[in-house]
Ligand binder design. Structure first.
Ligand SMILES: Cc1cc2nc3c(=O)[nH]c(=O)nc-3n(C[C@H](O)[C@H](O)[C@H](O)COP(=O)(O)O)c2cc1C
Length: 246
């Protein structure tokens, strides 16, 4: 099955190198408007979006987000914050006495809300020919991030997005292959893939990579991503934010 939206969703890929062409105020407004129109729990919009316009702050974010230099070069940079503060403050302003403290459920819901809004922004940008890339590392270095972005309690970075027009090289870069449906969809209840199925899932996904070797690939990926310093830092840092919610 194919239509314009399905085609666009399929063609989208992350863009990490941008041309000098700026994102105009009109384009920025359209991207933000699309974000606001995303589904949102109870129509609460449990997020705040920081539009990072200060170049020194973009450079600081580059450092705090595992030193990814393309962040500082992005014409548009938005940080999506899970905001569990706006509604309790409004409850208090409205005379509600002692509304309960935000808990882990509130945070998880706000994280989902913020990321769903972010994905609308990605799709809107794509429709304008503007590429984007998520930066998950925004969850790292909680103490410095809180200071850099003036984050109060109960406000947690959910994701960061950088936007810009893709260079030709980025436009022509092949999109990474996904798992096939059987590898990620279970009927009704969860079922672990067998080891043989896992090997097959990863090997099929690796199709196109010359001489894909399951063991070598997974060992290297684990070292580079899952067991890496940045990944350990992300978990440490997330626990700092979580303290507010327990
Ligand atoms: C939650 C999340 C965090 C991500 N963080 C980063 C990041 O810090 N740096 C980066 O270069 N790409 C990041 N990405 C982009 C992924 O690497 C990319 O989506 C993936 O490799 C698939 O490629 P594609 O988006 O081109 O299809 C992130 C994506 C998501 C959804």
């Amino acid at each position: 099955m194919e239509n314009e939206i399905l085609k666009a969703l399929s063609a989208r890929k992350s863009v990490r190198v941008f041309t000098d062409r700026p994102v105009t105020a009109e384009e920025r407004a359209a991207i933000l408007k699309a974000a606001f129109q995303a589904p949102t729990a109870g129509n609460q919009q449990l997020y705040t979006i920081l539009d990072i316009t200060d170049q020194a702050l973009k450079e600081r974010l580059t450092d705090l987000c595992d030193h990814q230099p393309f962040i500082a070069k992005a014409p548009l940079c938005l940080v999506f914050l899970a905001d569990c503060r706006r509604w309790p403050r409004a409850y208090r302003a409205a005379g509600v006495e002692n509304p309960r403290k935000p808990g882990p459920g509130d945070l998880l819901l706000a994280m989902a809300d913020a990321c769903i809004a972010a994905q609308n922004a990605v799709t809107a940008a794509e429709s304008l020919g503007i590429g984007s890339c998520y930066i998950g590392d925004v969850l790292e270095n909680a103490e410095q991030m809180r200071q850099a972005l003036a984050l109060p309690a109960h406000v947690v970075p959910a994701c960061m997005l950088v936007f810009g027009y893709p260079t030709e090289q980025q436009q022509n870069r092949p999109k990474p292959v996904r798992f096939r449906e059987e590898a990620v969809v279970c009927e009704n209840t969860y079922r672990d893939r067998t080891e043989a199925e896992l090997r097959e899932d990863f090997t099929l996904r690796g199709a196109g990579v010359p001489e894909f070797d399951f063991d070598r690939y997974l060992q290297a990926f684990c070292n580079r991503k899952y067991d890496s310093d940045f990944s350990r830092e992300m978990s440490r840092s997330a626990a700092v934010y979580l303290k507010d919610f327990t």
